[in-house]
Design a protein around this ligand. Structure first.
Ligand code: GTP
Ligand code: MG
Length: 462
């Protein structure tokens, strides 16, 4: 006998059973579909942590012929309640090869093998007495059981459902597999732990293992983000040139390579984050980091990078670009002052944010008889925040994403910045960015402080 708890997720077709299994087993390989009958055979999905199974969930087909099954059970079931499970067992044994009852045989088998019952309903639709037959069959199995109210649509009939389900199941809980995060996941496990005394300890253990795993994923994500920021912000690209001076073409080519490198770093970083959260190869819909078409400080870029012009100004201000006017005054949000600052900075100092000035193309001296040009590190003051904002937003969306979700991930890069744009945070972050811009050595304390600030931002987004 295995020593981990097992649960069979059962119910009517198309009520979100597979979605719940995907969400609770953190496994996105499970088939989910909007037509009834998507799941045809039962399948166990063990949740493994460090190679050890914590619990196993069985995805099952929905009931198809509940009425006829129950009629059979009643015909053969003139027995006391403690013997009813034997009648169910006999039913399954006799109908193993019978196509008619294939779905019921599939869904009953794991229960007869000791799995607890999780009965799933869509409580956005009204309750109907037809479900009672399914619940009766499950009751005959005599296994610990609970019901989950899933809200697929917008309406809410949970009250009437709860009154009915409460008569058949020990516990009734709401769980939405599409939006459930780590906290809802462990809360549901707390309920499952109460179903049977024998399971309590192992499910409590599972909860603490999952909590640890979650924290580990957050820490790993932070490592990735910090490494990525350091890599991109200190990135220098060098290339040999033919003559004394770099030709226009050589400069342009070098810039293209430089941008490509940045873009591929972001891609690599995103992939690493997606891997941590078991969302590898996720389809994303988003506006990519377009370094070649617009300036980081132009009006158009504001919407592309998800920064309002005000936010961009504040970044510049906190970095000490705008001198004369007090930083505090600006963050206080004086629109009048801000208005004139926008005018001033965009019009006057604005050029320094233009794309061509993001990085300098330098021609380096003679090296082994060859001249070289070099680009980087990126000098634009807003660039680090654009990168960090995009990266934190992406990481938080991936971390929160349910494994039951099948739609593309839509990243609306315009909604994430507030947390990292917090002025206090930004002063601290800027310490690091400044060093990277100047290609200075980074002390451990500075790196640690940077990581702590980024962690604070990430946690508020989760
Ligand atoms: N919006 C929303 N959609 C959901 C939710 N749960 C399930 N769905 C959708 O409902 C449909 C059915 O989900 P499944 O998880 O495949 O349902 P099932 O009970 O396993 O279905 P069968 O295998 O056919 O019995 C899918 O299109 C899901 O995306 C939910 O909580 N919210
Ligand atoms: Mg299914």
């Amino acid at each position: 006998m295995s020593d981990y708890p097992k649960f069979a997720v059962v119910g009517h077709p198309n009520k979100g059973k597979s979605s719940i299994v995907a969400s609770l087993s953190l496994d996105k390989s499970i088939q989910i579909g909007n037509t009834p009958g998507t799941t045809q055979v039962k399948r166990g999905f063990p949740l493994k942590v460090d190679g050890k199974i914590v619990y196993e969930l069985f995805d099952t087909p929905g009931f198809q012929r509940a009425r006829r099954v129950f009629a059979w059970l009643q015909d053969h079931g003139d027995v006391s309640a403690d013997k009813r499970v034997d009648v169910v067992r006999e039913f399954v044994f006799k109908h193993k090869t019978n196509e008619q009852f294939k779905d019921e045989v599939e869904l009953l088998e794991p229960i007869l093998n000791g799995a607890g019952i999780i009965y799933v309903v869509d409580a956005s639709k009204p309750y109907g007495a037809e479900y009672e037959i399914e619940m009766e069959i499950l009751r005959w199995c005599g296994q610990p059981s609970m019901a989950i109210l899933n809200l697929i649509g917008d309406e809410d009939y949970r009250d009437e459902w709860t009154r009915a389900l409460g008569q058949y199941f020990r516990l009734v809980r709401t769980y939405n597999p599409m939006i459930a995060r780590h906290i809802e996941h462990t809360q549901l496990l707390e309920s499952m732990a109460q179903l049977k005394e024998d399971w309590t300890e192992s499910i409590k253990k599972a909860i603490s293992v999952l909590d640890e795993l979650y924290d580990k994923k957050v820490e790993e994500s932070l490592n990735i983000i910090v490494e990525y920021m350091v890599e991109v912000l200190s990135f220098v690209h060098k290339e040999k040139i033919k003559k004394e001076e770099a030709s226009e073409k050589e400069k342009e080519d070098a810039k293209v390579t430089y941008r490509k490198k940045i873009l591929s770093s972001e891609k690599k970083e995103r992939r690493a984050i997606e891997k941590i959260w078991n969302h590898l190869d996720i389809e994303k819909k988003e506006i990519s980091l377009e370094l070649d078409r617009v300036g980081l400080f132009s009006k158009e870029s504001a919407s592309i990078f998800g920064l309002s012009q005000k936010e961009l100004i504040l970044t510049g201000a906190s970095a000490g670009v705008v001198t004369g006017a007090g930083f505090d005054l600006i963050t206080a949000g004086s629109t009048l002052l801000l208005g004139s600052l926008i005018g001033g900075v965009v019009g006057g100092v604005g050029a320094m944010f233009g794309f061509d000035n993001l990085y300098e193309v330098k021609v380096l001296g003679q090296k082994l008889g060859k001249r070289e040009l070099s680009i980087g590190p990126m000098q634009n003051l807003n660039f680090p925040y654009v990168l960090l904002g995009r990266s934190l937003y992406h990481a938080s969306m991936i971390a929160k994403r349910s494994h039951a979700e099948r739609d593309n991930l839509e990243l609306d890069n315009t909604s994430f910045t507030e947390k990292i744009m917090d002025a206090k945070n930004r002063k601290g972050l800027e310490k690091m960015h400044l060093k990277l811009r100047k290609a200075e050595e980074i002390e451990d304390e500075v790196l640690e402080e940077y990581r702590t600030l980024i962690k604070k931002s990430l946690l508020t987004l989760l």
